[in-house]
Design a protein around this ligand. Sequence first.
Ligand SMILES: [Ca+2]
Ligand SMILES: [Ca+2]
Length: 225
Amino acid sequence: MADRTWQDTPLGRRVKAAVALSVAFAAGSLALAPSTAQADTTGDHCAYDIVSEELTCADSPEAALAANSDGLQADSVLVRLYNDTNYGTANGTHTLTAPGSYTCSAGYSPVEFTITRMGSFVNKASSAHTYRSCDVKLFDSADATGTSSTWIDNLANLNTAAGGWANRASSYQVRSPPPPPPRPRPPGRPGPLPFGGKAKGGAAKAAPPFRLGYELNRPGRSRCS
Ligand SMILES: [Ca+2]
Ligand SMILES: [Ca+2]
């Protein structure tokens, strides 16, 4: 089962609102676009939908995505884990999706999603690729417990992550990397002066003239011409 706590966060409400909107938008065409989602956990390639919490498996990453989609709107791939190194798909993948167009947001740091349902992919990931401003952190044990990796953007061989992370991940978390902290000002360089501020050893700096309406109020020119 997925960690449900995320659904109670602002993020959860954001995703639910997006889903409600897409369903409402497509409601009129449901008869023409029947759902193709089939719960299936056989196959080496599985897609997990963060909202429906369905883990759907098939014989290729693309087929798993197609089977997992509600058939109304393309899903967003946020994370893909590969059984092989170098993003090889020969021996299975695990893909995290969100409905519609979704992008991880730094506003939801430190953690945007916690994924605890990896099915048969537990202890298989050997490379990882993230998309849509998401990063991933791997956990050795279920339910985001045990030793964890650093936050990973893309890594062709998880064994090169500190601690060695190939064939270890049993659950994972997702977030957008936080923005970098502001760079410290180089020593000796003063900051900007406020209006009327006085430069070191100089005269007070005059505020710029107020020019709004200057053209309209010029003598000899009517405002109503
Ligand atoms: Ca592997
Ligand atoms: Ca593990």
